[in-house]
Design a protein around this ligand. Structure first.
Ligand SMILES: [Zn+2]
Length: 284
């Protein structure tokens, strides 16, 4: 099914070309759905200085794939509205300012609605706990806003050998109250199953959180992050450099989890995307 979704990418146009003194830009899909990652390619006949990718009001560095050819990864947040949006690249070529842009149309996607009934203690929190939850969320979003040089590569590697994702984007109604959509996938696996990182990067967070329990976040550069929650244990430390496929910990049920599983999420410039669609991006 996923192969079909990305067929358009596989048969994508030949290598981008740009007339002298200009930039050209192309995207892997012009009609991304909510939760979709989008690969951006920029080309010029020469090196572009201070090149940035502009998306949803922020600027991000791009990866130089070859002289005059650059790659970027952005996404449509699972909660974004449908409609038109503009992806742009800007920089300097031979001292002159250059810009290229392309319009995309964000298309809707239907997500499951899950009604859950949880014991009161798992669904309602006292003030001290609410303060802790707020502080942890603020600290993580501060780390997510850092742009480091891109180190990610396609293809990304699934975080576990048996990748069976569930729940992405699920709209949860807990004890009758609507909650934030589930922004990651849950993979049900026995406690102790090894977890590995999906791409090269640096450990941006390794610690204990109220919801996530033992949690690891890896910065893959260019605003691309992967998130691993409820770990039984983790074996990396903040600031540590790691390579694609490195062991980072094992599946557990720490934090707010009803049983052992890996809660695995991916954040790219623009928001939280469906990891399964990230793994389906073809080599380019
Ligand atoms: Zn989850």
């Amino acid at each position: 099914m996923l192969a079909g979704v990305f067929l358009g990418l596989i048969s994508a146009a030949p290598a981008l070309a740009a007339p002298d003194g200009t930039l050209s830009i192309s995207v892997s899909t012009g009609t991304p759905a909510m939760g979709d990652p989008v690969v951006v390619e920029v080309a010029a006949n020469g090196a572009v200085d201070n090149l940035v990718l502009r998306w949803k009001g922020a600027a991000w560095p791009m990866r130089e794939a070859a002289p005059g050819r650059y790659g970027g990864l952005i996404g449509v947040d699972l909660d974004d509205p449908e409609g038109p949006a503009v992806v742009a690249a800007e920089g300097f070529l031979d001292g002159a300012r250059v810009r290229a842009e392309v319009e995309v149309t964000i298309s809707p996607r239907k997500f499951a609605v899950q009604e859950l009934t949880l014991p009161k203690g798992m669904a309602e929190f006292d003030n001290a706990t609410l303060v802790r939850i707020g502080a942890e969320a603020a600290e993580l979003s501060r780390r997510f806003s850092r742009a480091t040089p891109p180190r990610w590569r396609i293809p990304f590697l699934p975080p576990v050998e048996e990748y069976r994702p569930t729940n992405f984007g699920a709209r949860r109604v807990i004890n009758g109250h609507p909650r934030m959509p589930h922004s990651a996938v849950d993979i049900n696996l026995p406690a102790g199953t090894p977890v590995r990182t999906i791409a090269d990067g640096r450990v941006a967070f390794a610690g204990e959180q109220f919801f996530g329990g033992r949690s690891v976040v890896i910065d893959h550069g260019g605003g691309v992050f992967s998130v691993y929650y409820h770990l039984k244990e983790f074996s990396v430390a903040e600031g540590q450099e790691i390579s694609r496929g490195d062991h980072i910990g094992s599946v557990g049920a720490t934090g707010r989890a009803t049983g052992p599983h890996l809660h695995f999420g991916v954040r790219v410039p623009g928001g939280r995307v469906d990891p399964t669609r990230l793994f389906a991006l073809p080599d380019r």
